[in-house]
Design a protein around this ligand. Structure first.
Ligand code: SAM
Length: 455
């Protein structure tokens, strides 16, 4: 590790320096967060204490060889980051909130937020780096929620959306000191100059996004570094330049999370020798100034074309009563009705990558169910017949190979593994057409397939 880094850590944690350094050589814990709207949380020996759906596994299985991993039944995520849940639970519960995840790829915290918000809330999940947007979009689609908009913009593009957001999460790009155990390249890229650069960039991001947070709204700021300049000092800078209130997050003693308090400002730090997780910092603040709400545009957006009446039966495909249906190209998309004006306001300022839930593609008068609909938590289970596949056939389906279906029923069938939907086939009797999306298919050759980690 770089000597400058070690010197700083020694002065930061003098009495725990040896334990800190030793812990970085230890193997990282394996943890994941279950999408409990799709899959019951399996019994395991250890849960992540600050996250209701977080669990530890004793060893790292091959997630690629688990069909339900590709269906958004869980998200593999290191445990400390799941503390976002405790911050989010401190925030007052208002109806129809608009939540922004500003630095969202690959989607760990966005999928977590979707599990925490109400169906009537909207998540705007943004990633500025273009090459990282498709993985974010894919992970969100697999998670199966319709109350989400994916955008790809620089933080400065949000400044016109004054007072729009009730909650903003800034999981900032940082010097990544907390990732040293998992990612050797984080060590190589570390330098004092880079940590300073990161701190300056974080302040610019915070200043750019600040106007779009409404008065009384909440900002969750997090990093995966120990550097005080990027953490406590940025919080202090925010408090010196804006009217804010720092919100305290209740901790339990056995969590071993450090609460750092300076002049009434609270931050929460995860140290790798004290918690079963990686290095992490989080702070929660309330904004006490600025616009109280955004005058969202009420005018109908020409791009949003209402669904033609002949497809009205599709309303029955979803169990959710809050959806409105739109046509985009040849697709029918469901989106929460109460957030249409917000979507209009967003589309006037931002580059929208996707919104809502693509339910079906239409060809003349025919409706072809979309893969994202198969994975949706709002899918009405009575509309399409389901067929359970064995492990090998499920993986062959996700490799987009030809499979045989053990059913006399013909036409559209939903295939599933362990009760979790995987996608659609069209059963023709002697063979079945495989509708798994080509771009998401498993590319590796199938070796001997191990049993999944759950029973
Ligand atoms: N929140 C993500 C998750 O939980 O999966 C991880 C986010 S990662 C810590 C920080 C993200 O910020 C990266 O995806 C990176 O591409 C993005 N980023 C890089 N430069 C940025 C900038 N100037 N403004 C906003 N985001 C930026």
């Amino acid at each position: 590790m770089p000597p400058d880094f070690l010197n700083r850590i020694q002065s930061q944690f003098p009495s725990n320096f040896v334990q800190f350094v030793t812990s970085i050589d230890q193997p990282a814990a394996v943890s994941l967060r279950v999408n409990s709207q799709k899959f019951a949380i399996p019994e395991v020996s250890e849960c992540v204490p600050w996250c209701e759906t977080g669990i530890f596994l004793n060893e790292r299985p091959s997630f690629t060889l688990d069909p339900i991993f590709h269906s958004g039944a869980y998200y593999v995520q290191e445990a400390s980051s799941m503390f976002v849940e405790q911050a989010f639970r401190q925030i007052e519960h208002e109806k129809g909130r608009v939540v922004l995840d500003l630095c969202a790829a690959p989607g760990g915290k966005s999928t977590h937020l979707l599990s925490l918000v109400d169906p009537g809330d909207l998540l705007v999940s943004n990633e500025v780096i273009r090459s990282r947007v498709s993985v974010l979009d894919e992970n969100l689609r697999k998670w199966g929620h319709q109350n989400v908009v994916v955008t790809s913009n620089d933080p400065s593009d949000f400044s016109e959306l004054e007072g729009l957001f009730d909650v903003i999460l800034v999981d900032a790009p940082c010097s990544g000191e907390g990732l040293f155990r998992r990612d050797a390249s984080a060590i190589q890229q570390w330098s004092v100059e880079n940590t300073n650069l990161c701190a300056t960039r974080q302040r610019r991001i915070l200043a750019d996004i600040w106007p779009s947070l409404k008065k009384g709204g909440h900002l969750i700021y997090s990093t995966c570094t120990f550097n005080p300049e990027e953490n406590e000092e940025n919080l202090k800078w925010l408090a010196e330049n804006n009217a804010i209130e720092s919100i305290r997050i209740p901790l339990q003693g056995n969590w071993n999370v450090d609460e750092i308090e300076t002049n009434g400002l609270f931050g929460y730090r995860f140290l790798p020798h004290k918690v079963k997780g990686e290095g992490f910092f989080l702070t929660l603040i309330r904004k006490n100034e600025g616009a109280e709400s955004h005058p969202v545009s009420r005018k109908a957006k020409t791009k949003l074309e209402k669904m033609p009446k002949q497809f009205a039966e599709i309303r029955n495909w979803l169990t959710s009563s809050i959806s409105e249906f739109f046509v985009k190209s040849e697709f029918i998309i469901a989106f929460p009705e109460n957030h249409i004006s917000t979507l209009n306001a967003l589309s006037e300022q931002l580059r929208i990558i996707s919104f809502g839930l693509p339910v079906a593609q239409f060809k003349k008068n025919d409706l072809l169910p979309e893969h994202t609909f198969a994975l949706s938590i709002d899918r009405n289970p009575v509309v399409f017949e389901s067929v359970e596949l064995d492990l090998k056939t499920a993986l062959l389906f996700q490799k987009k190979e030809e499979i045989r279906i053990n059913s006399t029923a013909k036409g559209w069938l939903l295939v599933q593994f362990q009760g979790v939907p995987l996608g659609f086939v069209k059963n023709l009797g002697n063979r079945a057409n495989n509708y798994f999306p080509k771009e998401w298919r498993i590319r590796m050759a199938l070796p001997e397939i191990p049993q999944p980690w759950y029973k």
